[in-house]
Write a protein that binds this ligand. Structure first.
Ligand SMILES: *Cc1c(COP(=O)(O)O)cnc(C)c1O
Length: 489
């Protein structure tokens, strides 16, 4: 029946017969009324109340009317019933639902950056659903600082006297520069006058904070003496920025942080270091290049160090401002500190994540470090197990080497050896990749050489079963037979 072919199944399993069987609409007089639509869809939008459904129905009718008045003829997907149906479906799928990150990019900004540990997620949920003694000392019932606990933990982990947690690292940098640099000069190397991403350009941030940027050195070479020469009575601070998402090679030189803090100390000027990725431990045992941790930056003499909560620290989105009590207090008093402060949920997540480091269990608890430190042999075993499971379900997958990256602008150009499943589909890799992304849970991989590559380094082992199931479902959805492209018997 031609009619049943146009029926659509909504996410709740009910079917609707939208306006496709109508003859094309040519004038506003032919449009259904909002009440007609409400009556037709009342039982088909279980997640929507009357008012919300009415708003969507009004939109559907109004935009159809607009197009008719513009002289268009409306048929198929353009009729109001179809528009409303799409609007209802769009309300149904949350972008915040969990997905599996099989891209091999461990800290993936577009996929929400670091997943937090189970313990941190539980602490965040508990704090979110309850009152929290955030600014009251339970022992004395006196008002206590919201940052006391995090400061205590960061002090042990990094040596920094005091810490302020804000919304993210971008706001941390903006706040620090506003509190310390307004009306004065901030000295920065030309080689570090960078854009971090998403339009976050250090020179623009400085301008916004009311400070004046004094660039020193050249794009490729800057020495300690360049900073020294730039210091005047108007200098508020020396600023160093982790270049985070790019590298320079060849005839290059940057003064080290220790060199710069020495110059600053000699002149009585504080040094601010935007460390960026929030790294707390040495990553070299896991094949990562040497990198200043927040603690090493404090040890190198930085007065203020800023870093992200959701990159290599492995916590929720946050910005950490660590440093001397005097400087952190000054920053905390700036009006923007209140505007960008972290909430109880964020603090619960950060504190619980820091406690993993304190207990020395970050490699087994913090997802980012579980992923980065996973031995390749273990990834290969998981991939082989998955391949065997998939084979039983009639899906062929190949297991082979892959290259993962820490991501999140944390270690530019760093490749981490990894293992991936490779799938090919008669419907094409793009179709399979789309079916995977839109599945439940959604799976995000890469498409390379006409195959879907699912890198296991950015997937936690406890998600392997869900990954296998999602692959089976997506495969069945796009075509019945997947052919192994490599390593098949
Ligand atoms: C990531 C990063 C930022 C921005 O941090 P967000 O947490 O994304 O706001 C700023 N500076 C550096 C050096 C970074 O790496």
């Amino acid at each position: 029946m031609a009619r049943s072919k146009s029926r659509k199944t909504l996410p709740d399993g009910t079917t609707v017969t939208p306006g496709a069987e109508r003859s094309p609409l040519v004038s506003p007089g032919q449009l259904p009324s909002v009440d007609d639509l409400l009556a037709a869809f009342a039982s088909r939008a279980p997640g929507l109340g009357q008012d919300a459904l009415r708003a969507l129905a009004r939109d559907a009718v109004a935009s159809a009317r607009e197009r008719l008045l513009a002289g268009e003829t409306l048929a198929g997907n353009a009729v109001p019933e179809r528009r409303l149906e799409r609007a209802i479906s769009a309300m149904d799928v949350s972008r915040s639902r969990p997905v599996l990150n099989a891209t091999g990019i461990i800290v993936h900004t577009n996929l929400g950056r670091a997943p937090v540990s189970d313990e941190a997620a539980a602490a965040m949920a508990a704090a979110a659903g309850s009152a929290v003694a955030l600014e009251i000392d339970p022992a004395t019932n006196h008002r206590g600082g919201r940052m006391d606990e995090v400061s205590r933990l960061i002090r042990v982990l990094t040596g920094a006297e005091s810490t302020l947690v804000v919304n993210n690292n971008a706001s941390a940098v903006l706040l620090v520069l506003s509190a310390l640099g307004t009306g004065q000069e901030i000295v920065l190397s030309r080689g570090e006058s960078v854009e971090i991403g998403g339009g976050f350009r250090i020179p623009d941030v400085l301008r916004q904070s009311g400070g004046t940027l004094v660039e020193v050195g050249t794009t490729n070479r800057t020495y300690a003496k360049d900073y020294e020469r730039a210091i005047t009575s108007r200098t508020a601070a020396l600023l160093k920025i982790h270049p985070s998402n790019f590298t320079m090679s060849g005839f290059v030189h940057e003064a080290t942080l220790a060199d710069v803090t020495e110059v600053g100390r000699g002149a009585g000027v504080p040094t601010i270091y935007d460390q960026g990725n929030g790294l707390l431990i040495d990553g070299t045992p896991y094949g990562l290049p040497p990198e200043l941790t927040v603690g090493a930056a404090i040890a190198a003499g930085a007065d203020i160090v800023t870093g992200s909560g959701d990159k290599l620290l492995g916590g929720p989105q946050a910005g950490l401002i660590c440093g001397s009590s005097e400087q952190v207090a000054r920053i905390s008093e700036h009006p923007w500190a209140r505007a960008v402060r972290a909430d109880k949920t964020c603090l619960a997540g950060i504190v619980t994540t820091l406690r993993h480091y304190l207990a020395g269990e970050e490699l087994s608890r913090v997802p980012v470090w579980r992923m980065l430190s996973a031995p390749v042999a273990g990834l290969r075993r998981r991939a082989d197990d998955l391949r065997a499971t998939l084979a039983v379900r009639g899906v062929d997958a190949a297991v082979g080497e892959s290259v993962a990256t820490p991501g999140g602008g944390s270690y530019p150009d760093v490749a981490v050896p990894s293992i991936a499943l490779r799938l090919s589909s008669q419907a094409g890799a793009d179709a399979l990749a789309r079916a995977l992304r839109t599945g439940s849970p959604g799976v995000f991989g890469r498409v390379e050489d006409g195959r879907v590559v699912l890198d296991l380094r950015s997937v936690l082992p406890e998600d392997d079963v869900a990954l296998g199931e999602a692959i089976v479902v997506a495969t069945v959805a796009v075509d019945d037979t997947l052919v192994a492209v490599e390593g098949a018997p």
